[in-house]
Design a protein around this ligand. Structure first.
Ligand SMILES: Cc1cc2nc3c(=O)[nH]c(=O)nc-3n(C[C@H](O)[C@H](O)[C@H](O)COP(=O)(O)OP(=O)(O)OC[C@H]3O[C@@H](n4cnc5c(N)ncnc54)[C@H](O)[C@@H]3O)c2cc1C
Length: 382
């Protein structure tokens, strides 16, 4: 497909995605939150629309659409329901991306084709004792013949209950610190791997988050993503892409909240006029609109660099930091614009605020994003 044809196709699909989000996801977003479940029928519709295959290269059964396109899809779906967006985001940016970057041809053929057909994947890095300090993981993989025997546990695995497979990291050489970590693909059905508990959350409640335990799990050597002892690089580079996805999720959540607040302030009357006519309210709107636009531009810029295979560690962290902090401020202000009603479950303003909070925490907290941004700035100024 030539570039112009691809852009036209992406724009076409995006308009369908927006309509799908408005008509089929938004009306049930409250139910998804209350029942803590994204219905299988909704996931099937995303598969039928070609969203899972979109970002997978043609040679593995996909459509080779761009990362920028994927980011805009995540944004559109997150406007209605970020839990639903995370199903797709997890499968593509967290599971497929490390295979695309580092996987052997066999792994790509085996797993990317399944993602293109709609299988959900995830990424399991965080452990009970190792969050921000991702190099301090304890899960251990010991080589035995043509397999590794894995013991340990991973916490906060998104898509946990619905993932058919996931990428995870484990220590293969404890004497080498972060240079002794290897990344693997595991199928959820492998013997020795089990979900030990579901984690109940404040927001993105429709997304399944679990703790996984490895008890003498047997992982074939050919499931290594990249090479032995080089897995820390694999997970770190995966997060560079993942953070752009989270930035897009934050932009979508903030936009969804702002759209609803805008409609409300034009309707709600106090002191004889619509509250949108008060300057105090208009100044809030101006701040929110400007912050949101800056977030969107940072996000699209990082995605476009990722598409061009340009280094974007700093841009990805800046997008995630700004978009998530803004989403938290915007959704909090949206609750304010609804007054007392914003604090109730009669409106979605409170859900957007709860959903926004996670974007400041996962795929590296915003404190860690600041560490990364400053480190990259100092490196560049040498
Ligand atoms: C809903 C949800 C879904 C998730 N999904 C996934 C997933 O799919 N896969 C996965 O692997 N993980 C996932 N995570 C884990 C997430 O990425 C971690 O929770 C996050 O990286 C923070 O780690 P922690 O919770 O251990 O916090 P900690 O690292 O213990 O941090 C606690 C606090 O200390 C601060 N802090 C830590 N170090 C520093 C420092 N150097 N400077 C300043 N402040 C610091 C942090 O910013 C934070 O405020 C998920 C988490 C949640 C809640």
């Amino acid at each position: 497909m030539v570039n112009e044809e691809k852009i036209a196709l992406e724009n076409d699909v995006l308009s369908y995605v927006r309509e799908f989000a408005d008509k089929e996801i938004r009306p049930i977003a409250r139910k998804i939150d209350e029942e803590a479940n994204v219905p299988k029928e909704l996931i099937n519709k995303m598969i039928d629309m070609g969203l899972f295959s979109s970002y997978i290269p043609e040679e593995y059964g996909g459509n080779s659409l761009s990362f920028s396109f994927l980011v805009r899809v995540i944004e559109e779906i997150s406007r209605a329901c970020p839990s639903t967006a995370l199903v797709l985001d997890g499968a593509l940016t967290l599971f497929a991306e490390p295979l695309l970057m580092f996987g052997s041809e066999e792994l790509k053929k085996k797993y990317l084709s399944r993602v293109a057909r709609g299988s959900v994947g995830g990424l399991a890095i965080t452990e009970p004792g190792a969050g921000s300090d991702a190099a301090s993981i304890k899960t251990r993989a010991v080589r035995k013949g043509s397999n590794y025997i894995v013991n340990g546990s991973k916490i906060f695995v998104s898509n946990g209950r619905i993932a058919e497979f996931f990428v995870f990291d484990a220590v293969t050489d404890p004497s080498k610190g972060h240079r002794g970590i290897t990344t693997f693909v595991a199928e959820s059905s492998y013997p020795g791997i089990r979900i030990s508990r579901d984690i109940h959350k404040m927001g993105i409640r429709g997304s399944s988050t679990v703790e996984i335990v490895f008890e003498d799990a047997v992982i074939p050597v050919e499931n290594i993503v990249g090479s032995e002892d080089d897995g820390f690089r694999v997970v770190m580079e995966t997060l560079d892409a993942g953070r752009i996805g989270i930035a897009a999720q934050a932009v979508g959540i903030a936009q969804g909240a702002l759209d609803e607040a805008m409609a409300y302030i034009k309707e709600r009357k106090q002191f004889g006029k619509a509250i949108a006519e008060f300057e105090g309210i208009q100044f809030m709107l101006a701040e929110m609109g400007t912050e949101l636009e800056a977030s969107r531009l940072l996000t699209y810029n990082a995605a476009s660099k990722w598409d061009k295979h340009e280094s974007c560690i700093m841009e990805s962290s800046m997008a995630k930091l700004h978009a998530s902090d803004s989403a938290m401020r915007i959704t909090t202000d949206c609750v304010q614009l609804f007054g007392g009603y914003g604090y109730t479950t009669d409106f979605d303003a409170e859900r957007h605020m709860r959903d926004a909070k996670i974007t400041q925490i996962y795929e590296g907290t915003n404190q860690i994003q600041r560490v990364i941004i400053a480190r990259e700035m100092l490196k560049a100024s040498k």
